[in-house]
Design a binder for this molecule. Structure first.
Ligand code: GDP
Length: 194
């Protein structure tokens, strides 16, 4: 896909702030620091449209990026960050849940997991939750560059088994460092945005 235009539209904390248009939305979910912002930047070939950080837990808002005036990437707050209060965690949960269950423009959720490790309990809960609500999901194992090529398939197998991935769901090996998986992901996304 040729990216001619990419802009950050709003960092929303409540539904009233979500964009009013009805363009299709592709949401990204994953634990904090897993690499969601890096993935957005890599997909768009923009160095720093989405803010990345080595500090976990910085994104507590729902960030809407409008692409080619045609669709949105929606970066959801990262989950599973232990060093915040229970109240804050509950607020994040509610914010994510509200968006995912009520947003009619939502076409698919990209569930981003760290390929180096088996999916966490939070990843498993998120996957089960999405299946329960019948929300289309693509699972992405990112940071593939951090493990040797010869181990990719085995890590993928463990991730699929741990999540009990539905055989109809797509799993993509990805790296924001090398661009691995980028074309495959665009092929999948073109099905929902064109
Ligand atoms: P977010 O909190 O999910 O948005 O995570 P970020 O995109 O900010 O990434 C967190 C950290 O992981 C940053 O230091 C990134 O440079 C690093 N990172 C993200 N994706 C990759 C990847 O595919 N490969 C490598 N080697 N590092 C990555």
């Amino acid at each position: 896909m040729k990216i001619v235009d990419a802009e950050m539209v709003i960092s929303a904390v409540k539904p009233e702030q979500y964009p009013k248009d009805t363009l299709p939305e592709i949401a990204l979910a994953g634990r904090s620091n897993v690499g969601k912002s890096s993935l957005i930047n890599k997909m768009l070939q923009r160095r720093s449209l989405a803010r990345t950080s080595s500090k976990p837990g910085k994104t507590q808002t729902i960030n809407f990026y409008r692409i080619n005036k045609n669709f949105y990437f929606v970066d959801l707050p990262g989950y599973g960050f232990a060093q915040v209060s229970k109240t804050v965690r509950e607020q994040w949960g509610k914010m994510i849940e509200k968006y995912l269950t009520s947003r009619e423009n939502l076409k698919v959720v990209l569930l981003i997991i760290d390929l180096r490790h088996p999916p966490t309990k939070d990843d498993q809960m998120m996957y089960d939750w999405l299946k329960h609500y019948d929300i289309p999901v693509i699972v992405i194992g990112t940071k593939a560059d951090k493990i040797p090529r010869g181990k990719w398939e085995n890590h993928k197998k463990i991730a699929k088994e741990t999540l009990q991935l539905d055989s109809n769901d797509t799993f993509i090996l990805f790296s924001s460092e090398t661009g691995m998986g980028r074309d495959q992901l665009w092929d999948e996304l073109k099905k929902v945005v064109s």
